[in-house]
Design a protein around this ligand. Structure first.
Ligand code: CA
Ligand code: CA
Length: 295
């Protein structure tokens, strides 16, 4: 869904940058290990090579995002960063990757910031037929006090539970919250994020489901049609073109947090990469978290 081509020039540029990054990855890899034939290398060497490629993909993502911020301050799905790499042959295998806008999703850490965020989250749950009984326990999990919210909250007194009493670092923490079933977690998973501090939702990248959580009686078709016509230049543009009457707080047309996904196969070795990247208003990037694992 994030692989929208935005024209040949974008793809050509993307490939050119990727080739440069991969070339540097290979030279680092060779410098580390000495030149070797792929057939003669051990499993560990192949895995090491796969890791270099995965980190190369991450570098590529950072370069790309940095360039994107210098080009414009608006982020939308027609931009080059949203194209993705469906599968590029490399020596002994292939690599693939794509970037996901984490501000297209509901940030669970926004819940303590405003009543409006709680309303949006409950609306999201209702629209997905998810029972909201767990929401007070989630707020207790996040807030830094030990006062149980009535009637379904949960602090230290709940079974063998240890509440975090701080922001979530990863959405998987939701799974630990009282009254969150595996079904609830799986249903919400595609629509939620755990980002540091309060963040805004990007109206240019959010899904229909997230759009519908912004207010009652909204029309998703009109939203998608209007956005495909042209991305929203600012929040006012979004409100006016769709003739909306809703709470404007917490909305934006640009993004600071992206999730880079990568898959690398070298010989028998397969490696996945998930890196949360922060990009500031000048285009400087920072890796917030990184998971490298076999898939
Ligand atoms: Ca952009
Ligand atoms: Ca608490």
């Amino acid at each position: 869904m994030f692989c929208k081509p935005s024209g040949e020039s974008g793809i050509a540029l993307l490939s050119a940058i990727l080739v440069l990054v991969i070339a540097s990855v290979i030279s680092v890899s060779i410098a580390h290990q000495g030149a070797f034939s792929i057939r003669k290398t051990s499993r560990i060497q192949l895995m090491d090579k796969a890791r270099h490629y995965a980190l190369g993909l991450e570098d590529w993502a950072r370069i790309f995002l940095s360039k994107d911020r210098k080009d414009s301050s608006v982020d939308h799905l027609g931009e080059d960063w949203a194209i993705g790499i469906p599968g590029l042959p490399i020596e002994g295998g292939f690599l693939a990757g794509f970037l996901e806008d984490e501000q297209a999703k509901f940030n669970l850490n926004n819940l303590l910031g405003s009543e409006e965020s709680v309303n949006r989250f409950k609306r999201l749950c209702n629209n997905l037929n998810v029972d909201t009984t767990f929401v007070p326990a989630l707020l207790d999990w996040l807030d830094d006090d030990f006062e149980v919210r009535y009637p379904d909250g949960a602090e230290e007194n709940y079974e063998s539970y240890r509440v975090a009493n701080r922001e979530m670092v990863d959405v998987s923490e939701l799974f630990l919250v009282k009254n969150v079933t595996p079904e609830i977690f799986q249903t919400l998973r595609p629509y939620i994020a755990a980002l540091p501090g309060p963040t805004k939702l990007n109206v240019n990248t959010m899904s229909e489901t997230i759009f519908l959580s912004l207010g009652d009686d909204l029309e998703a078709d009109a939203f998608i049609d209007e956005r495909e016509e042209k991305e929203f230049s600012d929040v006012q543009d979004f409100i006016q073109r769709l003739q909306l009457t809703l709470e404007e707080s917490g909305l934006s047309v640009s993004t600071n947090y992206f999730l880079a996904h990568g898959q690398v196969t070298v010989g028998e070795q397969e490696l996945s990469l998930n890196s949360l990247i922060y990009r500031d208003s000048e285009g400087k990037t920072l890796i917030i978290s990184r998971t490298l694992g076999r898939y």
